[in-house]
Ligand binder design. Structure first.
Ligand code: DQA
Length: 148
């Protein structure tokens, strides 16, 4: 165990708080990162936070977790729906990955209903707003991080 978890947020999630508050709420990414860092610390883990609008940078971040962190919490934003490259990166690193979405992707536009990363993630949590990140963190540590 490395006692380290990575939080990765994808495109446009840096705009949380400003971006479509009726869908995503008023919480900012900085608020989420701060709160989740504290929660992780309580549970004995360091949280490494990363956000990028670029597919390649997200893939680099996922790969950087190999043999370095115990798991990843990922909101891939719109890449969720079509990035086979991010899906392949998740499958490559053999780390438990929790898929999070603030909104309920199953109750919005048709194109959001498909997640191409879902089959390679441990669990998909959506529609619970920021709470979803906390549930993902607790479940990841309790049930999916390899203890040794
Ligand atoms: C999202 C849902 C995606 O469909 C969208 O493209 C996002 C955010 C969510 O957190 O609800 O950028 O991942």
């Amino acid at each position: 165990m490395y006692n380290k978890i990575m939080l990765i947020n994808g495109p446009n999630l840096n705009m949380l708080g400003i971006r479509q508050p009726e869908i995503y709420g008023t919480v900012t990414l900085a608020d989420i990162e701060k709160g989740l860092t504290l929660k992780a610390k309580e549970l004995g883990f360091e949280l490494e936070c990363f956000q990028s609008n670029s597919e390649g940078a997200i893939i680099d971040a996922i790969q950087s977790g190999f043999k370095r962190v115990d798991g990843i919490i990922l909101n891939a934003g719109a890449y969720t729906h079509y990035s086979y490259a991010i899906r392949d990166a998740i499958a490559s690193v053999m780390l438990p990955v929790m898929e999070v979405h603030l909104s309920d992707i199953h109750k919005r536009e048709e194109f959001r209903r498909i997640s191409v990363i879902e089959p390679v993630c441990k669990r998909q949590i959506c529609g619970l707003g920021e709470k979803g990140y906390y549930i993902a963190l607790e479940d990841l540590i309790e049930n999916y991080v390899e203890k040794d």
